[in-house]
Design a protein around this ligand. Sequence first.
Ligand code: TMP
Length: 212
Amino acid sequence: MTRGRFITFEGGEGAGKSTQSQRLVQALGDAGFVAVRTREPGGAPGAEAVRDLLVQGAIDRWDPLSEALLHYAARHEHLVRTVRPALDSGKWVVCDRFADSTMAYQGYGHGLGRQPVEALYALVVGKTAPDLTLILDLPVDEGLKRASRSAGIEDRYERMGRDFHERLRQGFLDIAGREPERCAIIDARPPPDAVWQAVRKAVGERLTIAWP
Ligand code: TMP
């Protein structure tokens, strides 16, 4: 059994990751792959329970290290119960956010720094690194404006202030600069159809898929 490929979508608030990940799963299916879509924090029952603790409530309810540990607890459940079994059975996994979000939001945004987040990554993710990461990049004000239109009770991060969001945006760009072979930056400013064309092209080129 050939292992499936692991593709992650990353970016700040309101960048359109859910729309683009849905389109990618559909397109992979049309191209003959078995692809599943999942998300973080979440993607397994325990991880979804941890999600509620992270995306709701007061912005200062967690110390930054506790927050990173909670994201990593959820990630471990997700990897063990959902991601690794799917990849091992040959399925492609498309994930809306993954480990780069912890580096960007907690490492850069909250100022935890790279080292503790890298240590958690080594412990939990290990060899299950994404084959490709699409970073949807958008100016902070535009992203927060888009996100506020769909905000429900899961708005804890959106309320964290402009500077926080600026730091995490720069964090994602820094991550991409450090790992250019894994990461593709996609300009998320154009309309969804145009962003999709850029996503399709990046996935096709980097994972050598001949789209039908
Ligand atoms: P979502 O809105 O994309 O579903 O993600 C929920 C929020 O969780 C989002 O504001 C980003 C945040 N987040 C982190 O801060 N660290 C992480 O490791 C992950 C996966 C998400």
